[in-house]
Design a protein around this ligand. Structure first.
Ligand SMILES: Nc1ncnc2c1ncn2[C@@H]1O[C@H](COP(=O)(O)OP(=O)(O)O)[C@@H](O)[C@H]1O
Ligand SMILES: [Mg+2]
Length: 389
């Protein structure tokens, strides 16, 4: 096991034709703890794969430093970094059985001179026995023992995915690097495999960097989540802390489903209190919020409220709020999801989304009284999009 440290890590690609430079990864600083399961998440094209490939030694570093287990590995070849990768397109050897697919990498490394040489027969036999034990142990852990004799073409997508994982597990690496390994699986299998990967991590305790563009995967799997946008690391923290206190509007909107609502809001000072006018809502701020927003008086900010923080007035959740902010909103569309109901509300001028209990009195085309706790409000600077706090 090992720590992974990234210091001022950068990667630029030069387009041969246009001579234009793309900064795919910009000045990333990140300390990944020994044994941690860290999820790297961000929209497509934000530099996740590039960052992971640099960690793996498959891509050179433009500037900055990568340390694995305290050792600078910038110039260390991929095979000497003590890492194992699992990709989205886990290429298994089609002509080899599952067993051979899992054992192959170990044989290449450990059996001197391949299998054809005569001289060290005893040594070779011992090495093969060890490999056999390790393959069977990993197969048992991943529940694929009954598949060991099959060829990849006789496996389902989920089974192939396990074999690819097995091939990584038998290597006993210090670090696992995974790039969207579940994206080829159907929704149900993805949820199931997600849980199994977490179990596997608990069991093996190997430091893991897991890349995904799926925020739900990130929230459910990561011990910590590193959020990237345009090659820049935005914030790295636990899932709940990112949800509770996003540093900027991008992180706020990226994590959480449905996404946080954003409204243009006006901040005004009235006597001793600081007031906010945001679409249909008008409320005065508690002392802590007022302190942070006082310098914005007379200006516009962005007000953010999560759909699950908007309640139906009179519902049990709303009744628990000490000083609720309320307004009457026109209900445009109602989408029941089973567990809860999504409401599309006219927020003047923006649309507001509320996620309320399945049993709702909302009716399409009619007004609905909504309520939220002002302590659940988020505010962002309009220019920098950074959280105001
Ligand atoms: N080999 C390459 N040559 C030029 N540009 C590249 C190369 N690989 C990636 N890029 C660019 O770097 C950016 C980040 O890509 P990538 O790391 O694949 O993003 P992600 O994995 O987050 O979708 C993109 O703009 C992509 O076009
Ligand atoms: Mg990618």
């Amino acid at each position: 096991m090992a720590t992974v440290q990234l210091q001022n890590l950068q990667k630029s690609f030069l387009d041969a034709q246009s001579k234009k430079e793309t900064l795919a990864v910009r000045d990333v600083n990140l300390d990944i703890r020994d044994g941690e399961f860290l999820v790297l998440v961000g929209p497509s094209g934000c530099g996740k794969t590039t960052l992971l490939r640099m960690l793996a030694g498959l891509e050179t570093v433009s500037s900055g430093e990568i340390k694995i287990g305290g050792r600078v590995v910038n110039d260390v070849a991929s095979r000497d970094r003590d890492i194992a990768m699992v990709f989205q397109n886990y290429a298994l050897y089609p002509h080899m059985s599952v067993y051979e697919n899992m054992a192959f990498g170990l044989k290449i490394r450990r059996v001197p001179g391949g299998l054809a040489r005569f001289t060290q027969r005893a040594k070779r036999r011992a090495a093969l026995k060890d490999i056999d034990n390790e393959v069977r142990e990993a197969a048992a852990m991943l529940d694929i023992t009954h598949l060991l004799d099959r060829k990849p073409r006789a496996l389902s997508g989920g089974q192939r995915q396990r074999v690819a994982l097995g091939r990584a597990v038998v290597r006993h690496p210090a670090v696992f690097l995974m790039d969207e390994p579940l994206s080829n699986l159907d929704a149900k299998l993805r949820v199931q495999t997600r849980a199994e990967l977490i179990k596997l991590h608990r069991k093996l305790g190997v430091t893991t960097v897991y890349v995904t563009h799926d925020q739900i995967e990130a929230m459910t799997m990561g011990q910590r989540i590193a959020v990237m946008k345009d090659g820049v690391l935005q914030q790295c923290d636990t899932p709940l802390e990112l949800y509770r206190a996003p540093v900027n509007q991008f992180v706020a909107g990226f994590l959480g489903t449905p996404s946080m609502n954003f409204l243009r809001a006006r901040v005004e000072e009235t006597g001793n209190t600081v007031e906010v006018h945001a679409g249909p809502f008008r409320f005065s701020l508690s002392p802590a919020y007022a302190e942070a927003l006082r310098s914005y008086c007379g200006r516009d900010v962005t007000f953010g409220i999560r759909p699950e923080a908007l309640h139906e007035r009179g519902s049990p959740h709303a009744r628990d709020i000490a000083n609720p902010v309320t307004a009457s909103l026109h209900v445009e569309v109602i989408e029941p999801t089973g567990a809860n109901t999504i409401l599309f509300l006219q927020g003047q001028p923006e649309m507001l989304i509320a996620s309320v209990e399945a049993q709702t009195s909302a009716r399409e085309g009619e007004p609905l009284e909504v309520a939220f706790d002002p302590n659940a409000a988020h505010f962002f600077d309009q220019e920098t999009e950074e959280a105001i706090r």
